[in-house]
Every structure is written in structure tokens, then in C-alpha cells.
Design a protein around this ligand. Structure first.
Ligand code: 5AD
Ligand code: SF4
Length: 438
């Protein structure tokens, strides 16, 4: 039988990238193979993000352009999954008449049946939540793919309810994968050539806090480090309030744990942090940073910052700028606050003008740019250990990431992919470093 083709379009975070792999596996069971292009596809799936309004608007824009495709290919089936699907459910079918099916973040296992119904001409939406561990049994969690680095989902959902954030509403409650299952998964990844794993979850620090064996995140890191073949361990994303003493000890003792942490601070002002329901103060955050640095002096820290939270004063914004300098982030991802449905902050009066928010964002970006340049320049002349991942930016180049998660491009053979190398850093660019193997 001729295989039908599905083109999956993924937006937003790494969790969605990982979900798209599972969608692809589920659809294979329904007779569809993944296609890298939309041309010639029988079905297209948008795996969506709704973290900020802009991400959501983009999805509607893309769905609108699909109308043109349908003129050329009237049999094309269109499905929407991910966070916009979870948020909108049936409403999405009403808003977009040419849409065939909508599936929520907990319903990937229902996809083959939904596709069968869509093929039979029905329009279906399924967005029910499964908020206990049984949701993990509904779908093979084994990650797929090739290459030397692998993202491994260790937990899903979030119970933190930061006042601005839609994630707890569209991803549901925290659920951790079983310890032994995860280790088996990572062992088989190592056997297939994977050298670096990134343990993935909305809030990895609380891994196992509800699990049946109660094993925590720090013990997971230690056990992963015992797996032969795995040379490097990373994780994403961790909540500052949950950075524990055992995790900090891992930075002191576990050599395979990379010298990087993404530790989103969101704001440098105590009043704003409290309004955000973050559960820590500026001083508490800085204290954790100091302890991490004491355990691992060369650790590089990155962060997320929200600009223009409702009521943020100029002085409170300056607190974020001064925190960026005080921590010395090597990079930050900064976002203008975007009110999201259902969240607490959406009810707050937002008095800051859009022009002002953009002006603040630009000031923050300029500060970060100079800080990144300063930190990266200080690496010139050093030898950084990189894991070679693949083809680099220019012809003849390969690239890898340093333990601190800096991209290094260098001249070299693709035979080196999967190996650890120690190039000399000869130049710092804005987004990467240039290295030489000598
Ligand atoms: N508005 C702006 N930024 C947001 N983020 C999450 N929700 C919002 C929002 N409503 C940012 C946070 C988070 C990152 C993934 O997205 O900084 O850490
Ligand atoms: Fe959102 Fe806060 Fe959970 Fe992160 S910790 S996903 S910002 S609610």
C-alpha cells in the first residue's frame, strides 16, 4: 500500500519538538510517513505554542494561508495540536472552517483514531486532560532520532502557576516519568551513539517529587552519569526556587554535568517577583547563584526575563538591568509581557504603554549584547572542550558546543562528529566562537 505523507510543523519550545517526534510515531500507526515538505503531503499538522499572544497569532496566520493550499489540493487534511489546540479546543474548529481536527497536549495517543474519523469526513476535537501518571503509559516515551545529542523528556506539566504563565493550563499537572524507564531509554540512546542528553521538563527540579519511588532530580543526574557512553548531561528548565542542595552538590561532584544552567529569573525586582508568584526574592536568587558558582566556578548562566509586567515601574525595570549585570548572564531571552487567557496577571491593569515596553526591551537587549560580547571575548585564547555535533556555519566547518553551551565553529572533518575535542578559541562573534584544532 502506498504510504500517505504527513508534514508536521513545530512551533515554540523544545517540549513541542519532542512531542512532534511522538506525533510522527503515532501517525505511522495510521499509515502516514513524515515528509520534510508540505508539497505532496496528504496531511499537515501544526504543533502549536501559546506562551505569548504573538506565537498564537502566528498560528492563525499560517492556518489562513492553508486556504490557498486547499485550492490546489482539496483532499489535504489539516490538524492542530499543542498548546493553542489545548487552549481553544472546539472553538478552533468553529474559528477555522477548513480545519479537520484538533488534539490537546494529553491526547497524542488518540491521534490514529482521530485521523481515521477526519479521513471519513468528520471534524473532531479532543482536549481532555489526564492528570495522573497513567498519562505516561498511554504513549511510548522512548525518544527517537539520530545524532550525538538527545532531548529526553523526564517530566511534563507544571504546578507552579506563575501569574503570567499559561503553561499549567495547557500542559496540566506535573507528572514524572519512571526512574528505571528513563535510565533504560538513555542506555539505549547511548548504545545508538548518543553522547549528550538534555533532561527536559517544564520544571525539572521537581522531577520525582510525586513519583512512586520518590527519587529526586539529583539522583537521576548521578545515575545518568553512570551510563557508559554518555559524556555530558544538561537539563532544562529549572525553577530557581527549587534549586536544591543535592543538585548544587552534583555541580561540584558530577564531572559529566555540563557547566551551564538556564535559570530563568523573570525580574530583578522583589515586588514584581511577588506579583509574578515566583516564590523567591532577588537576594534568594543571588544566593543560589553564588552557591552554584562556589560548586562549579566556570558555570555559565542564562536566563529568561519579562519586560513590562503590569505595573512594572522604571525603577523596577532598572532592577532587572542591574541583576543582569550582577549575575553576569552569558545570554538572556527577553520577552515583552503578554497577557494570556485564564492567568491571574491577565486581570491586572496594564498601564505601561507599548512604546515604553519596547524601549525597555531594547535597553535590555543592548546591555545583554555587550555582556555576552565581554564574556565570550574573555574565552579567546582558552581551550574549550566541545562535543562535535555536525556541519558548521561555513563550508568545511564543523560545530560543537562547549560545556558552558557556547557554540564553537571550526575547520574540521565530519569524521569528528560524536567526539570530544579541545579547540583553541581564536575569535568571539556575537552568537558563536571560532575555534582551531591545533
Ligand atoms: N508574557 C511574556 N513572556 C512570557 N513567558 C511566559 N509567559 C509569558 C507571558 N505571558 C516567558 C517566560 C518564560 C519563557 C519560556 O517565556 O520568561 O520563562
Ligand atoms: Fe510557567 Fe512558571 Fe511553570 Fe515556568 S514554572 S512553566 S513560567 S508556570
Amino acid at each position: 500500500m502506498l504510504q500517505k505523507k504527513v508534514h508536521i510543523m513545530t512551533y515554540g519550545c523544545q517540549m513541542n519538538v519532542s512531542d512532534s517526534e511522538k506525533i510522527s510515531t503515532a501517525l505511522r500507526g495510521a499509515g502516514y510517513e513524515s515528509s520534510p515538505t508540505i508539497d505532496g503531503a496528504d496531511m499537515v499538522i501544526l504543533n502549536t505554542c501559546s506562551i505569548r499572544a504573538k506565537a498564537e497569532e502566528k498560528i492563525y496566520g499560517i492556518l489562513f494561508t492553508m486556504k490557498g493550499r486547499l485550492k490546489k489540493n482539496p483532499g489535504l487534511l489539516i490538524g492542530v495540536g499543542g498548546c493553542v489546540a489545548q487552549q481553544e479546543g472546539e472553538r478552533l474548529l468553529k474559528k477555522v472552517p477548513h480545519l479537520n481536527f484538533v488534539f490537546g497536549t494529553h491526547n497524542l495517543h488518540l491521534l490514529p483514531e482521530m485521523v481515521r474519523q477526519a479521513e471519513a469526513g468528520k471534524r473532531v476535537a479532543e482536549t481532555s486532560f489526564i492528570d495522573d501518571e497513567s498519562r505516561l503509559d498511554l504513549f511510548p516515551m522512548q525518544s527517537e532520532g539520530s545524532g550525538v545529542t538527545r532531548f529526553v523528556t523526564i517530566m511534563q506539566g507544571c504546578d507552579n502557576f506563575c501569574s503570567y504563565c499559561i503553561v499549567p493550563y495547557v500542559r496540566g499537572r506535573e507528572v514524572s516519568r519512571r526512574f528505571s524507564e528513563l535510565l533504560d531509554d538513555i542506555r539505549s540512546a547511548a548504545d545508538s551513539g548518543v553522547r549528550e542528553v538534555t533532561l527536559l521538563g517544564q520544571n525539572v527540579n521537581s522531577y520525582g517529587s510525586k513519583g512512586d519511588d520518590g527519587s529526586g532530580f539529583a539522583s537521576l543526574i548521578r545515575d545518568v552519569a553512570e551510563i557508559d557512553g554518555i559524556e555530558r548531561i544538561r537539563f532544562m528548565t529549572s525553577h530557581p526556587k527549587d534549586i536544591s542542595a543535592p543538585l548544587i552538590e552534583c555541580y561540584a561532584e558530577v564531572r559529566k554535568l555540563c557547566s551551564h544552567i538556564h535559570l530563568p529569573v523573570q525580574s530583578g525586582s522583589d515586588r514584581v517577583l511577588q506579583m509574578m508568584n515566583r516564590g523567591y526574592t532577588r537576594a534568594g536568587y543571588l544566593e543560589k547563584v553564588a552557591r552554584l558558582r562556589a560548586a562549579r566556578p566556570d558555570i555559565l548562566i542564562t536566563s529568561d526575563i519579562i519586560v513590562g509586567f503590569p505595573g512594572e515601574t522604571e525603577e523596577e525595570f532598572s532592577d532587572s538591568l542591574s541583576l543582569i549585570e550582577e549575575v553576569g548572564y552569558v545570554d538572556t531571552f527577553s520577552f515583552i509581557y503578554s497577557p494570556r487567557p485564564e492567568t491571574k496577571a491577565a486581570a491586572l491593569h496594564d498601564s505601561i504603554e507599548s512604546r515604553e515596553k519596547h524601549e525597555r526591551l531594547n535597553r535590555l537587549l543592548a546591555l545583554q549584547k555587550s555582556l555576552t560580547a565581554r564574556i565570550q571575548s574573555s574565552m579567546v585564547g582558552e581551550r574549550l572542550e566541545i562535543l562535535v555535533e555536525g556541519k558548521g556555519r561555513d563550508d568545511g566547518q564543523i560545530f560543537g558546543r562547549s560545556s558552558g553551551s557556547r557554540i564553537v565553529n571550526l575547520q574540521g572533518s565530519l569524521d569528528l562528529v560524536g567526539t570530544l575535542q579541545k579547540p583553541l578559541i581564536v575569535k568571539a562573534m556575537q552568537n558563536c566562537l571560532l575555534g582551531e584544532l591545533t
